[in-house]
Design a protein around this ligand. Structure first.
Ligand code: ADP
Ligand code: GLC
Length: 504
C-alpha cells in the first residue's frame, strides 16, 4: 500500500467490456482494477453509447444533471449512469447525451466517421471534468487517452485552472495511436471556448486545423505511450504523423509503459470460450482439440497435420492488411490453413471474402466482431499473424504467447518489445519476426514458421513453452503508472510550474 492513496480520474472513449473497438478499451477496462488493488481511488468516465447495455450491467442513474459549457453551442445537459468495472469496486460513469452518443457506433457507421465527432469528444472531455463537481471528487491526476480526451490537459491548464475540483490536477496523456489526432475545422475553437490565443503553432493549430491531440501533447504534465519502442518511434517522421516535432520537444516528459494482459480473461487454463482448457504441460493435446473446434467452426476440413495460421484484427493499413492481401495467394500455395477474423475497410471485406470463395479448403474468414471467436483463434491456431505497419503495443501477440501460439510479427513498437525472435540453435525465442514492411518479408517469415511446423517439432515445442512462460502483467504496469502519476503530481504542484514549463 502506498503511504497516501491517489485519486485518479480516467477519461476515455472506450472501456471493456461496456464499449470496445480495440485495445484502448482493454486498457481502460483493465488498468484501473490494478491501480485500485494498489490502494488508489480510481474512477472512470466514458460515453453511454447505445451499445452500453444499462440492464445487463445494472447501471444506476445518478440524481442531478451535468451542465457542460460548449462555447458557441451553449450549455449542454446530460445525465450520468454509474456502474462498476467487472471484478472490482472501481466506479465507472457513463455520460448520457442522446444527441451526441445515442447511436449504435462509437465513432462511425459504415466506414464513415460521424460528422460531429469534434463536438462529441470535446463534450466528453469537458463533461469528464464537470463530473468531478457532481461526484464531489478531487482528482490528483486526470488520465486522458488518445485524441478523444486529448484536449483535457489543455482544458485543465486554461478554463479549468481555477476550478475548485480539478484546478490542481496533474494530467497524464497516454498515446495509444498517433495516426488519429482529432483534427477539425478552426471553428471548433469557438466550441472549446479557451480563446483564440491557443490556436497557435505550438498548441492547437496544425495545417490550419484545430488538432486536439497536439494541444494535449503540449499541455499534458506528462506523456506516455504503450510501449518503450513506440515512444522512440513517434519522435521520427515515419511514425509521428506530422507531430514528431511536438512530441520530440517533450521527449524528457515522455515514457513508455507496455500494456498488460488481463490473464483472468485470457488464460487457456480457464478460458470459457475454447473447446479444451490446457496448460503448458498439456498444450499439445489441448491445442489439438481447440484446432479441430476452430476448423469446424470456420467450415475448414478437419486436419491435424496442417499448420493453421490465424489473424484477429481490425482490417486497416496499420495492421498490415494490405501486406496480407498481397501475400495471401502465395501463402495459400503452401499446405496451410488460414483463419481470419476482423472488420474494417470495405475493400478488405470484399477481397478476403473472395479469397475464401476461391480457396474453401484453405481459407476462411469471419467479417465482424466476435469475442468468442477471437479466443478460439488464439487457442486453435498454430501461429498468429500480425504484420503491422506500426503497432503502439498490440495485445493479440501477447494473448497468443499465453495460448502457446507463436506469433509471426513485423518487428515494430510493442511487437518489437514483446516478441523475441526464434533462435533455432539455442531453442530460445517466442515467435518469428521480420523487419521489412513488405509482402515478401511476410511470406518468407510465414514460410519459416511453416517449415518449423513440419520439420522442427522440438523448435515448435520450445517456442510454445517459452511463450507460455512470458508474463505481461497489469500489476507490473500499474506500478509504473503509479510512479508516473506521482511524478506528474509533484511537477504540477512544484514551485512556479507554469513559469518553468510555459514561460508564463
Ligand atoms: P488495436 O487496438 O490497434 O485494434 P490491439 O492489439 O491493441 O489492437 O487490440 C485489439 C483488441 O481488439 C484485442 O483485444 C482483440 O482481440 C480485439 N479484436 C480486434 N478485432 C476483433 C474482432 N474482429 N473480433 C473480436 N475481437 C477483436
Ligand atoms: C491502440 C494501438 C494498439 C494498442 C492499443 C492499446 O489501439 O493500435 O497497438 O495495443 O491502442 O494501448
Amino acid at each position: 500500500m502506498p503511504v497516501k492513496p491517489l485519486t485518479i480520474l480516467f477519461a476515455a472513449s472506450e472501456a471493456a467490456p461496456f464499449a470496445k473497438e480495440g485495445g484502448l478499451g482493454d486498457v481502460v477496462g483493465g488498468l484501473p482494477k490494478y491501480l485500485a488493488r494498489l490502494g488508489h481511488a480510481v474512477r472512470v468516465v466514458i460515453p453511454r453509447y447505445y451499445s452500453v447495455n444499462r440492464e445487463k450491467y445494472n447501471l444506476r442513474l445518478l440524481p442531478g444533471t451535468l451542465v457542460v459549457p460548449m462555447g458557441i453551442i451553449g450549455n449542454q445537459y446530460c445525465g450520468v449512469y454509474e456502474g462498476r468495472l467487472p471484478g472490482c469496486d472501481v466506479p465507472i460513469y457513463f455520460l448520457e447525451h442522446e444527441a451526441y452518443f445515442g447511436r449504435p457506433g462509437l465513432y462511425q457507421q459504415d466506414g464513415q466517421g460521424y460528422m460531429d465527432n469534434d463536438n462529441r469528444f470535446v463534450f466528453l472531455s469537458k463533461a469528464a471534468l464537470e463530473l468531478c463537481k457532481m461526484l464531489d471528487f478531487t482528482p490528483d491526476v486526470v488520465h486522458a487517452h488518445d485524441w478523444h480526451t486529448g484536449v483535457i490537459p489543455l482544458l485543465l491548464n486554461t478554463s479549468y485552472l481555477h476550478d475548485r475540483f480539478v484546478g490542481d490536477a496533474a494530467s497524464l496523456l497516454t498515446l495509444h495511436n498517433m495516426q488519429h489526432q482529432g483534427a477539425f475545422y478552426p471553428g471548433l475553437m469557438e466550441v472549446l471556448g479557451v480563446g483564440w490565443k491557443h490556436f497557435n503553432y505550438l498548441e492547437l493549430e496544425k495545417d490550419d486545423q484545430v488538432n486536439l491531440l497536439k494541444g494535449g501533447i503540449y499541455h499534458a504534465t506528462l506523456l506516455n505511450t504503450v510501449s518503450e519502442g513506440y515512444a522512440r518511434e513517434i519522435q521520427t517522421a515515419e511514425f509521428g504523423w506530422g507531430l514528431e516535432g511536438v512530441v520530440g520537444d517533450r521527449s524528457n516528459d515522455l515514457y513508455g509503459i507496455l500494456n498488460g494482459v488481463d490473464y483472468e480473461e485470457w488464460n487457456p487454463q480457464s478460458d470459457r470460450f475454447i473447446a479444451a482448457n490446457y496448460s503448458a504441460r498439456t498444450v499439445k493435446k489441448g491445442k489439438a482439440l481447440c484446432k479441430r473446434d476452430l476448423q469446424s467452426t470456420m467450415g475448414l476440413p478437419l486436419r491435424d497435420d496442417v499448420p493453421l495460421l490465424g489473424v484477429v484484427s481490425r482490417m486497416v493499413r496499420q495492421k498490415g492488411t494490405d501486406l496480407l492481401a498481397e501475400a495471401i495467394p502465395r501463402i495459400l500455395e503452401m499446405d496451410v490453413q488460414f483463419v481470419m477474423v476482423g472488420n474494417g475497410e470495405p475493400w478488405a471485406h470484399f477481397y478476403f471474402g473472395d479469397i475464401a470463395a476461391q480457396y474453401p479448403d484453405k481459407f476462411a474468414c469471419f467479417i465482424g466482431y466476435d469475442e468468442a471467436l477471437a479466443h478460439k483463434v488464439e487457442a486453435g491456431a498454430d501461429f498468429f499473424v500480425m504484420p503491422s505497419a506500426f503497432e503502439p503495443c498490440g495485445l493479440n501477440q501477447m494473448y497468443s504467447l499465453a495460448y502457446g501460439t507463436p506469433p509471426i510479427v513485423r518487428s515494430t513498437g510493442g511487437l518489437e518489445d514483446s516478441v523475441e525472435n526464434f533462435d533455432e540453435a539455442k531453442l530460445t525465442g517466442t515467435g518469428f519476426k521480420f523487419w521489412s514492411h513488405s509482402a515478401t518479408a511476410l511470406y518468407d517469415t510465414i514460410g519459416w514458421a511453416v517449415y518449423t511446423y513440419f520439420n522442427n517439432p522440438a523448435g515448435l515445442a520450445a517456442l510454445r513453452k517459452n511463450g507460455m512462460a512470458q508474463r505481461f502483467t497489469w500489476d507490473a504496469a500499474a506500478l509504473k503508472y503509479e510512479e508516473l502519476y506521482k511524478l506528474a503530481i509533484k511537477r504540477r504542484r512544484g514551485p512556479e510550474y507554469f513559469r518553468n514549463r510555459f514561460g508564463e
